[in-house]
Ligand binder design. Sequence first.
Ligand SMILES: Nc1ncnc2c1ncn2[C@@H]1O[C@H](COP(=O)(O)OP(=O)(O)OP(=O)(O)O)[C@@H](O)[C@H]1O
Ligand SMILES: [Mg+2]
Length: 458
Amino acid sequence: MSSSDALKWLNENFNFVDSVTIIDHSGTIIAKQRFNPRYTDEENAVDNQWALGKNLLEVFPGQNFQSSALLAALKEDGVIYRQQEIVWNHLGKKSVTNNLTIPIVCRGQFVGSVQLSRDVTNMGRSGRAAPRVSSASTGARYTVEDIVGRSPEIQEVRRLIQRIANSSSSVLVYGETGTGKELVVSSIHNASYRKDKTFMPINCAALPESILESLLFGTHRGAFTGAEDRAGLIEECSGGTIYLDEINSMPLKLQSKLLRVLDTKTVMPLGATKPKDVDIRIVASVNRSPEQLMQNKEMLPDLFFRLNAIHIRVPPLRSRPEDIELLVRHFLESYNRQLGKQNHGISPEAMALLKTYSWPGNVRELEHTIEAALNLTDGSQELQVADIPAYFFSPGSAVGTDAPSAPNIPLREAVANYERDLIRKALQDTGGNIDRAAALLQLPRTTLYSRMDKLGLR
Ligand SMILES: Nc1ncnc2c1ncn2[C@@H]1O[C@H](COP(=O)(O)OP(=O)(O)OP(=O)(O)O)[C@@H](O)[C@H]1O
Ligand SMILES: [Mg+2]
């Protein structure tokens, strides 16, 4: 773009703004000024006030770290410009904005971000600026290539995503917290023919029932006092993918309404009498076993069977220890770049330590550990054991710390108890697979067998 083009662009798109929002590194809104001339002074003032001190995800429950430019800017070097970003606030009110978002960096650390927004809610898609919705603004940032890992399980997950991406069946993704469910779901969308359409993640646990209901299904004028004709997300995102995160938190009544949408490929807004055709792909996720959720009546069996047409299980990190090294190197490289460090890898001892940890918070915890460790180094050498954050060594953090503390028993017996617990845990984590348990414990398979014989575990 020549400088005169750039000036023209700036003049056309940012000769005024309707609001400025500033968040800190945790996503808390620390400043918000709306001066949108289309609203009354009072409306602007109310909007300025109520969001202060709240977390951005509370104010805009449909947003997440990928779809919100303000949150993305906490990790991204440089300015993010997105057109036609669609958000719904906590009352289900939709707005469309063009946003210029800038990270605030202080001494090499991301401390917050600032967003200048221009409200284009009622300007239509073919407005003066001829907006083009790029795939970035559909909110699905990851592709299959972003899923790091060489374990057979992760390879299978990648293969499965490619195989099912273009199917129209619903998908249920199951995995503990931090295992990469969102990465998987976003990759499904991006590998499918829907990739240029909307990807809409919704955290079902973050919204009260009434809001979730009108947000998803829409409302018909007069359905309740003040209700307007408003399309729900299922209709708005037609052609695209809706990601229902923590679907077990959705009240059963809404689950059965969703089942009807899947069965009939139509949606009935609240208070409407005629259903509307929709073409939506639903991908849902749960972080506990679906069987347990059904038993606890948190999930409607009929909906489960419907969603489960395609089932992807993302295994916990402790059951695929061979992925740890690749992930560590991946995050070292990416945070090196983000934090502007010149780190030269990691010492074998530090790597070994990371490999022995059980990672209850899975890949997310590993990612944060690397980020924290890099922040502690001066960044020009190898990462050392001493750089790994202190909480890592705290009681209860390492594998097997739930082993008996061995008061008043012979050392040999205490060691045997400890060893038995570690092996039992490894077998439990790998579903009883001896090869994988041996890998987890870094023992040859034959040694593991003989230890198990000795300890009476066979
Ligand atoms: N295999 C992987 N390769 C690279 N990065 C990964 C992988 N798995 C997870 N991550 C990263 O770890 C973090 C957590 O992943 P994600 O948000 O997808 O987890 P989640 O299962 O949705 O967690 P939660 O249940 O808490 O919502 C993200 O930053 C993601 O990019
Ligand atoms: Mg998630």
